[in-house]
Design a protein around this ligand. Structure first.
Ligand SMILES: [Zn+2]
Length: 206
């Protein structure tokens, strides 16, 4: 792609680093920004910089948060004895959208995936196990995608908490194998949380 302006070229190249944005789309966005008032571009740039600088991770559940403890963990109306284990913030958003879950979350930050070089120590698994061992938790619900990595991660966590006096369950698989949670429609996802099954039973089905 030939540019008559180095400034445009630089902006397009930066924009094209984003996932799903090719050079053509990047150029369209850049030209759109160019047509808008200067302040609009400043608002966009500032919002990105501020977000990147100031975003925090919840001390308790590791969800992305504006404060040290996220709004969900800080809410006394939530049931802190039920923890739903998810991969990332998109899953929290998807499950929150169903309006069917009143417990709290634990965000792992990924799944165990040796091929991608992700081991248990890169995830927040030990924090979750510590939290469960404190004795306040009554139920853990696994809500990872049902891929091999998701299953491996569930089982790895399960082995560490299986002897503790808590219920370990997994969301019902109305969601097809391999589907990512965020793509499930709200009704299906909501139902799969309500109709969760004991984790051990899900192992026998495999
Ligand atoms: Zn939190």
């Amino acid at each position: 792609m030939e540019f008559s302006s180095k400034l445009i070229e630089k902006a397009v190249n930066e924009m094209a680093q984003l996932p799903g944005i090719g050079k053509r789309t990047a150029l369209r966005l850049v030209l759109h920004i160019l047509k808008q008032p200067k302040e609009q571009a400043a608002f966009l740039a500032q919002a990105l910089v501020t977000m990147r600088e100031e975003i925090k991770y919840c001390n308790s559940c590791h969800n992305i948060s504006d404060s040290e403890v996220c709004e969900i963990c800080a809410n006394p109306g939530r049931n802190h004895q039920i923890i739903c284990v998810v991969e990332d913030i998109r899953d929290v958003m998807a499950i929150e959208n169903t309006g069917q879950f009143r417990g709290i979350y634990h965000v792992l930050g990924g799944k165990i995936s040796p091929i991608d070089g992700v081991g248990p120590s890169q995830l927040t698994i030990s924090k979750l196990v510590e939290k469960v061992k404190l004795g306040q938790v009554k139920e853990i619900i696994f809500a990872l995608s049902s891929t091999m990595e998701g299953d491996t991660t569930n089982f790895y966590i399960y082995k560490q908490i299986a002897d503790l006096p808590i219920v370990v369950s997994t969301i019902a698989r109305g969601i097809a194998v391999g589907d990512e949670l965020e793509y499930a429609d709200e009704v299906t996802l909501g139902r799969s949380i309500l109709q969760r099954v004991p984790f051990e039973k899900s192992l026998k089905n495999n």
